[in-house]
Design a protein around this ligand. Structure first.
Ligand SMILES: [Zn+2]
Length: 365
């Protein structure tokens, strides 16, 4: 990770209807599934997962098994590449990104029509120190996204069914909304962080998507254009995180997440007794934001014009890149709170509130 001057970017904004208090109260945290010793979601991820090693194959199987057995409406695709690294000589190291999607049934047969609320986290672990687990970096964020997917699955089905039965499925940005979860490989440097020794997976994926063209007359020209916003989770799971708003162009989305956090706190729905808000910049005007950002998996996408929401604390957790970044050092109330906040953000973005009988109004772009 490194600090870089901010580039200005274009972004597209969706207006949206806030989740009601009742909806917020119904958002679950994942509970025992985040147990670090035997929790169904997180425990299998707390092993070394260096690219091209058996540990990494195991966590890949964990992801694929989870989605294929528990969330069969989600598609799972691989995007593979190989590269050499400064630590592995002439050997080609495999980098395997997972692309997990849920989209309206009518866009499945029409490539280039859906827009995707896009969440990303990296699932590889750092080569050194030997035995490094990377619980915050980024095992816990991956588990949060697994929980997010199951939390919105049924409501998404209802939303798509409702749009379908209204007789006008598809054709607008709102009705063609889907979700994709990118579990990215090769984020970590093998030696030290440089432009060519870091973010191997996201460099490959962003390039492939930039060079893939959807059929003529598609709503979106390339898969990159189909990303409505790229929400990157990283280094989450230590106590007292503070995440600034990094980008003016997506500050409106940051504010929406900060509002969810403060509303959940006000309703007594969060467990952590945090020293301050996780998202302290919610009340700040966009033009007062700083101009530094942190190098991470979003960068190759950002440089291609994708709007980014970067959920990474500054300063980093104390355990960052040490052997202490393991399951026992996670602050579980904070992990579960993040899980709730991010899940609620997805529900709000995807307009699931429309399903509530009392909210008939509120059509948006
Ligand atoms: Zn790292």
């Amino acid at each position: 990770m490194l600090l870089i001057r901010l580039l200005s970017l274009a972004s597209s904004a969706l207006a949206y209807q806030k989740l009601s208090d009742d909806w917020l109260k119904n958002v679950t945290s994942g509970g025992d599934d985040f147990d670090v010793h035997n929790g169904a979601l997180l425990a299998p991820l707390l092993i070394t997962r260096v690219p091209g090693t058996p540990g990494q194959t195991k966590v890949q199987q964990h992801f694929v098994n989870y989605f294929s057995t528990q969330l069969p409406s989600w598609t799972v695709e691989w995007q593979n590449s190989t590269d050499k690294t400064p630590k592995t000589g002439d050997r080609d190291i495999p980098f395997q990104n997972l692309i997990i999607r849920r989209e309206p049934p009518w866009t499945r047969t029409r490539p280039g029509q859906a827009n995707y609320l896009t969440f990303a986290a990296h699932y590889d672990s750092k080569l050194e120190p030997k035995g490094f687990i990377g619980a915050t970096d980024s095992a816990a964020p991956c588990a949060m996204l697994m929980h997010l997917a199951r939390s919105i699955d049924r409501r998404l089905t209802e939303r798509y069914d409702k749009l379908n039965s209204n007789g006008e499925p598809g054709g607008t940005m709102s009705s063609d909304m889907g979700v994709q979860i990118l579990l990215l490989d090769g984020e970590e440097a093998f030696d030290r962080w440089t432009a060519t020794d870091s973010v191997y997976g996201s460099r490959s994926l962003s390039q492939e998507w930039e060079n893939t063209f959807n059929p003529a007359m598609s709503s979106y020209k390339t898969p990159l254009d189909q990303i409505s916003i790229f929400v990157l989770l990283d280094l989450l799971g230590s106590a007292n995180p503070s995440i600034p708003s990094y980008f003016r162009t997506t500050h409106w989305a940051y504010k929406n997440m900060a509002t969810i956090e403060s509303r959940m706190r006000g309703l007594g729905l969060l467990e952590s007794d945090s020293e301050g808000p996780f998202l302290p910049d919610g009340e700040i005007d966009a033009k007062e934001l700083g101009t530094t950002y942190i190098g991470d998996d979003h960068e190759p996408f950002m440089h291609k014009g994708v709007p980014i929401l970067h959920m990474i604390p500054a300063p980093f957790p104390m355990v960052w890149h040490t052997m202490d970044d393991d399951g026992d050092h996670l602050h579980m109330p904070t992990v579960r709170d993040w899980s709730k906040i991010v899940t609620a953000f997805a529900m709000e973005w995807l307009d699931l509130m429309e399903l509530e009988p009392s909210s008939g109004q509120g059509r948006r772009i």
